[in-house]
Design a protein around this ligand. Sequence first.
Ligand code: NIG
Ligand code: FE
Length: 435
Amino acid sequence: MSDRPGLLVHNAAEVVTASGGVRRGADQAEIGIVYGDGAVAAYEGRIVAVGSLEEVERRLGEMGVAAHAVARLDARGGVVTPGLIDPHTHLIFAGTRQAEVELRQRGHGYLDILAAGGGILQTVRETRAAPDEVLLANARRWSAEMLSHGVTTVEVKSGYGLSTDEELRLLRLAGQLAEEGPLDIVPTFLGAHAVAPEFRGRADAAVAYMANVIDEQLPRVAEQGIATSCDVFCERGVFDVEMSRRLLTRAKELGLQARLHADQLNATGGAELAAEIGALSADHLGGISEAGIAALAGAAGSDRPTVATLLPISAFYLDEPHYAPARTMIEAGIPVAVGTDFNPGSSPAPNAELALQFAVHRLRLTASEAIGAMTINAAAALGLEQTHGSLEDGKHADLVLWEADSHTLLPYWLGADLVRTVVKRGHVVYEGRQD
Ligand code: NIG
Ligand code: FE
């Protein structure tokens, strides 16, 4: 890694800037590409110029930056994009759940397995039993994999602890990972991921556990400042809209942003709730109703719209009958983001390139819409659109150099790894194939 304060990326066939803020409607496809001889300069971790090589060199000269202070990185006729942002993952867990694949093949549904004490609760048992070092080693292994697929910022949820101490532990570990770098980590509290084992079997299990989340867990999380948002699995048979509203309203009062697993498998009213409370993001939406689409569309015009964060890999992996109606959402002006949903049950896929490919081939986004969905709109889903997600002066110098001479090839080579180089805050942090 160069320790020079400056970086000049040059010789790009295309620089995808994604500049100009969150994308909605027809703008979702306008990702601000600089074609031919494109260059990007960074200084002390921030973007200082984007444009032709001549323009960018001139800017460095105006800033008085000496040539020896700048590391040069040749994009070799490839595409340069902002670092990808994965706006929805469950990165911190122990154990694996491959046995559920066969169970589902034999007709057991994802929610049935959970109701029987497996699924998420299986991972809760294994996570609780795992020492910090084991959880960290797993998370480091998978975050390194994420980086190798072009991710520079990742949202990380708790949710496999389901008690105050265990949820706090998972969020502390997320904080430790963030300190280790190089990825920026956005921590989310998901104590309301499933009813904790201690509460199961009671007639009022979900209500009683939700009271524990709201009255015991959430205040401690807020007080320690170790999560920036609060999530809930709002789904038939898990937590209903009323309970989810109570949790997210309280979370907002305590200074956390709201986001939710909404209408993942069934139309539960999650999208409507997201719009009503001004959630940063409504996630999954495979079962969203007409009313849900209308509600998100109604909120879409605001400065801080609720982003529809779509997670096509989990719909694929669970063999769901519906993918989220992404085209309808874009036509309705709803900003769309895409993520991996990396987790051991519904998306054991730490691969943002794959998510990009599914966004095109399952959600029917165009390549440019999908790239917007995993850069600036994913940043907006995390509330980071002022600092991350695009190549614009003053923003973090997080970028990816691709082994492809057109952005349209990124979702085209299915299953291929096209990431050549990843730059985080102006420094090379990953090098893949260089041929
Ligand atoms: O986003 N649906 C809820 N949570 C995750 C899956 C978690 C798990 O199965 O462990 C999801 O799909
Ligand atoms: Fe999820």
